[in-house]
Ligand binder design. Structure first.
Ligand SMILES: NC(=O)c1ccc[n+]([C@@H]2O[C@H](COP(=O)([O-])OP(=O)(O)OC[C@H]3O[C@@H](n4cnc5c(N)ncnc54)[C@H](O)[C@@H]3O)[C@@H](O)[C@H]2O)c1
Length: 261
């Protein structure tokens, strides 16, 4: 890789949801471009594997288990990263959970609460630590993973849609509050991306049904295909780079046109 493509040399990146899918792809991409990574996830073996892959690639990554919905765990994990790498320059709040599809009136209250706890409150807990730290340092960049479902509707997924809309609001509001402090805060809104999350939503289908379901999801996108984790990582790294130095408070759809349709 050319020096020009190593945009994050010397940067410390703290990220959640790094055990697979979009998070692992982003962790590997940041590390390839020179960043030191603190990779966090509820799934300890998955995030340890991410760190192993980064080390194999010649990069630097510390992996820890954390539940983002537990404020004390988040605070401790953030402190560990600062102790290890001296600071956090970039934070990518990507951990999230989906819901069991079903009508709005039938959502289990416990599922509703857990989705809000992880997808909204968990990201706020992370942002609190990040913003306090970045205020002290005088700069920083935060990107949150929202969703197509944070910009538009997804029938039978009201809890998830509610959580991702709230996350877009959290992102924009905090961005405006801290813009003058040189902290940029944005979100990405992926469309349908084949990841463990999507696999779980298709669990139980045979291969024919699975093929039909994937084709149907692809059909919602004006580009008539699913996206890739690489396409999301490209957008996340762009938002975290100097190329996005005047961009804050935005939610960037990376969804083949789905939210615009
Ligand atoms: N795959 C898609 O089509 C799609 C589309 C739009 C948005 N997203 C969002 O992208 C993000 C990443 O999802 P993905 O598709 O890579 O799926 P994924 O399931 O592979 O990734 C989510 C990760 O978050 C972790 N996680 C869940 N709860 C946690 C908690 N309480 N604390 C810490 N970690 C926790 C999971 O263990 C998992 O590794 C999520 O926020 C998701 O909502 C995904």
């Amino acid at each position: 890789m050319s020096a020009a493509a190593r945009r994050f040399i010397g940067k410390s990146v703290w990220m959640t949801g790094a055990a697979g899918g979009i998070g692992r792809e982003c962790a590997l991409a940041f590390a390839r471009e020179g960043a030191s990574i603190t990779a966090l996830d509820l799934d300890e073996s998955g995030v340890t594997e991410t760190a192993r892959l980064i080390a194999l690639d010649g990069g630097q990554c510390e992996a820890h288990r954390v539940d983002v919905s537990d404020a004390r765990q988040v605070q401790a994990a953030f402190g560990q990263a600062v102790a290890r790498f001296g600071r956090v320059d970039i934070a990518f709040n990507n951990a999230g959970i989906s819901q069991k599809a079903g009508p709005t009136i039938d959502v289990d209250p416990a599922d509703w609460q857990r989705i809000l706890d992880v997808n909204v409150t968990g990201i706020w807990f992370c942002m609190r630590e990040q913003i306090k730290h970045m205020l002290g340092r005088g700069s920083g960049v935060i990107v949150n993973t929202a969703s197509y479902a944070g910009l538009s509707t997804l029938p039978m997924n009201t809890a998830y849609v509610t959580s991702k809309h709230a996350l877009v609001g959290l992102t924009k509001n905090a961005a405006v509050e801290y813009a003058a402090n040189r902290i940029r805060i944005n979100a990405v809104a992926p469309g349908g991306i084949p990841t463990p999350m999507m696999d779980r939503s298709l669990a139980g289908l045979d291969s024919t049904q699975r093929g039909a379901a994937l084709e149907s999801i692809a059909g919602f996108h004006p580009m008539k295909r699913l996206g890739s984790t690489r396409e999301i990582a490209d957008a996340v790294l762009f938002l975290c780079s100097e190329e996005a130095s005047f961009i804050t408070g935005t939610c960037l759809p990376v969804d083949g046109g789905w939210a615009a349709a």
